[in-house]
Design a protein around this ligand. Structure first.
Ligand SMILES: *Cc1c(COP(=O)(O)O)cnc(C)c1O
Length: 390
């Protein structure tokens, strides 16, 4: 890194940049959320980004190096880096429609004459701040739904395949319907028998190898979630499909361009992930859960329980059920925490069910204690009485 860059960086590191920008110094007990700034970037990624920021590179060579890194980390034939997982979905779908035909690539999102239908189970049509359906449709493809939110049957996928089918997209996430959907092996067996590739959206999944091993042709991840990389996406999989997807950088992918700093940053994050002491991190997360359980113990307005991650990531959260008729609702307690000093953001997307979760995977030193203190402070207040609804 150039000395001037280093000096500027350490000046910023001395203070909390949020104050200078007029931002609230929030504590994240919510998990990896785009609206909260995703994750804590690992120092290796920050250093790599700063080091490459001032240098010129041959971008094609940098992309190729990242591809080798991704292949090594995932067991894939090939890989490439995108601006985000959402753009990885768009470009992977685009690649499945065009192959390596450059004129077709330049013509998208006009997909006239191409295989342009994408099969997705209805229960997999999630939203991650934007909708999966739109990320697919941006390529010029059209989503063909399979089954209902109550279930999908093998024949419903099989008979939906036609000469217009480009690929199938399979989502692994806590946000999908969690029962009666077709499993990955089933989808791969049905699609592969008809020559249709399967793209797996595993944006938030820690498992870098399993989905390809189970038959996926392409798997896409977020670089800025569990990996602690910069805002970016990772595409890994079959060489021809990865190449076709990456060629869209000269077409619809231009508006989703990833820069040298993000490519270098996510490469460093991938390397760091493989060297990380996962057991120590898990122990730190367990200690946070224990700290919160102890803080909440005296309060009869809440009942707490450790819960496993719904898709099997090696991560537990603390579910805080807010009991009725004690003045608080899950919503009003979450709102009170977010309005505190410092503001504590909890995992609050299910408050309509009477609970929120506390997520320990994005905490700085001392944050667990701050969260415990704020929980105690809020619950010691006279509750607002009437629940507020959002
Ligand atoms: C977060 C997420 C995305 C979007 O990822 P970005 O990298 O933020 O674009 C897509 N799919 C799922 C299942 C996600 O959880």
């Amino acid at each position: 890194m150039r000395p001037a860059t280093q000096a500027a960086l350490s000046a910023i590191a001395q203070s909390d940049i949020r104050q200078a920008l007029g931002l609230r110094p929030i504590v994240n007990a919510s998990g990896t959320m785009t609206v909260l700034g995703a994750s804590i970037m690992v120092p290796q990624a920050v250093a790599a980004m700063a080091a490459i920021a001032t240098e010129f590179v041959e971008i094609g060579q940098l992309h190729a190096a990242a591809g080798r890194e991704i292949a090594q980390a995932t067991g894939a034939e090939a890989g490439f880096v995108t601006a985000s997982c959402a753009s990885a979905i768009t470009l992977s779908v685009a690649g499945s429609m065009t192959g390596e035909r450059l004129l077709a690539i330049e013509r998208l999102p006009d997909s006239t004459g191409l295989r342009n239908e994408v099969l997705v189970q209805t229960g997999h049509l999630v939203g991650y701040g934007a909708s999966l359906q739109q990320s697919i449709a941006m390529s010029g493809a059209r989503v063909v739904t399979v089954g209902t939110v109550s279930g999908a049957q093998p024949y419903q996928l099989d008979e939906a395949i036609s000469e217009r089918t480009a690929c199938s997209v399979f989502v692994v996430s806590h946000m999908t319907v969690q029962y009666a959907m077709l499993g990955l092996e089933q989808v791969c067996a049905i699609c592969h028998a008809r020559g249709i590739p399967v793209i797996v959206d595993a944006a938030s999944e820690y498992d870098l190898r399993g989905f390809l091993a189970r038959g996926a042709d392409i798997v896409v991840y977020s670089g800025h979630k569990f990996l602690g990389g910069p805002t970016s996406g990772i595409v890994a999989g079959r060489k021809d499909l990865v190449r076709a997807a990456s060629l869209h950088n000269r077409g619809i992918g231009r508006g989703m361009k990833v820069g040298k700093e993000s490519i270098a940053g996510v490469m460093a994050a991938l390397q760091a992930w493989q060297q990380r002491d996962h057991a120590a991190i898990r122990a730190g997360e367990d200690a946070a859960l224990a700290c919160w359980l102890e803080a909440l113990g005296p309060f009869d307005a809440v009942a707490c329980q450790r819960i496993d991650d719904p898709t099997g990531n090696p991560l537990q959260r603390l579910r805080v059920k807010v009991l009725p008729n004690r003045g608080w609702s899950a919503r009003s307690l979450a709102d009170a925490l977010a309005a505190g000093d410092p503001p504590v953001m909890v995992r609050d997307y299910q408050t309509d069910l009477g609970f929120f979760d506390l997520d320990p995977c994005n905490l700085h030193e001392g944050d667990a204690q701050t969260v415990a203190r704020q929980l105690t402070a809020c619950l010691s207040l006279v509750p607002p009485g009437k629940p507020t609804y959002r």
